[in-house]
Design a binder for this molecule. Structure first.
Ligand SMILES: [Zn+2]
Length: 270
């Protein structure tokens, strides 16, 4: 009887993931999770130093405008906001339910061009479009008595594209622990790569630059003597696995990119 009730419950709380078409469980309230994310984003903005670098702010706004147009119908209620934090050496970015996106200046410094940076933001936005945070907490609710789920958190997926990534909390001593604790599982990371690759191509960014950035990050991590234990590698799939999957999807992404329905830009980051 309980099983039947549970099945009914689950079937009532499902959603289809954009691009991949996967059916995902969603038992959490969108307004609740968005309100919580917004609260945490405001807290991060108070605790982190905001960038005053006009060139970096401009490039992030430009990418943000194009990606948010691309994903409009997949995340229709989002109120997109793209903020650059001054944090040299922090190769990280995140996106929250509701459309709040943070980019750390170290990541912008590291990227060679607009397309590489767009690949990271497209991956982060893919987590939001796929409602991975909703799904993660829904899964937690199924494993525990309802009401016992941990606080919602924001589903920061530390950087998408690799690198050793100091957590937001430890990077700035802000103590925003819910961010660092809400890493996604392997399947969701691979799915975000897939969705992000298609999104970047649709937005007019060269999908091959995502692989170029992954390779550069791999070299960077090797030069640092391996991943840091609390960084990106602690909870993300290996580079080879990501590269294989991205390569499989590349023909589809290139076909979209070459159709060129969106204006292309390729600003070099100095
Ligand atoms: Zn991710």
């Amino acid at each position: 009887m309980f099983a039947v009730a549970l099945l009914l419950f689950i079937s009532a709380g499902c959603q289809e993931v954009p691009v991949t078409g996967r059916t995902a469980v969603n038992l959490v309230d969108d307004q609740d999770i968005t309100a919580k994310a917004l609260e945490e984003f405001e807290q991060i903005k108070r605790m982190q130093r905001l960038s005053r670098n006009p060139a970096q702010i401009r490039i992030v706004q430009q990418i943000g405008a194009r990606l948010s147009r691309t994903v409009f119908w997949d995340v229709p209620h989002a109120d997109w906001e793209f903020v650059v934090f001054e944090a040299p050496g922090v190769l990280n970015a995140f996106a929250m339910p509701g459309g709040k996106v943070g980019v750390f200046s170290g990541l912008i410094d590291f990227c060679e061009n607009e397309d590489q940076l767009a690949s990271v933001l497209a991956h982060e936005i893919a987590h939001v479009a796929a409602r991975h945070t909703h799904e993660k907490y829904s899964q937690g609710m199924l494993l525990k008595p309802l009401g016992a789920a941990t606080s919602i958190g924001i589903g920061m997926s530390t950087g998408s594209t690799g690198i050793y990534l100091p957590s937001v909390g430890s990077a700035a001593g802000s103590g925003v622990t819910s961010l660092t604790q809400s890493a996604f599982d392997r399947g969701k990371e691979i799915e975000a790569d897939h969705i992000g690759l298609i999104y970047m191509a649709k937005a007019g960014y060269d999908p091959r630059e995502s692989l170029r950035l992954l390779q550069r990050m791999e070299e960077h991590v090797a030069s640092q003597g391996g991943p840091s234990s609390n960084g990106w590698f602690a909870n993300h799939p290996d580079f080879p696995e990501r590269q294989i999957k991205i390569n499989e999807l590349m023909p589809e992404a290139m076909a979209i990119y070459e159709k060129g329905e969106t204006q292309r830009t390729h600003t070099v980051i100095e």
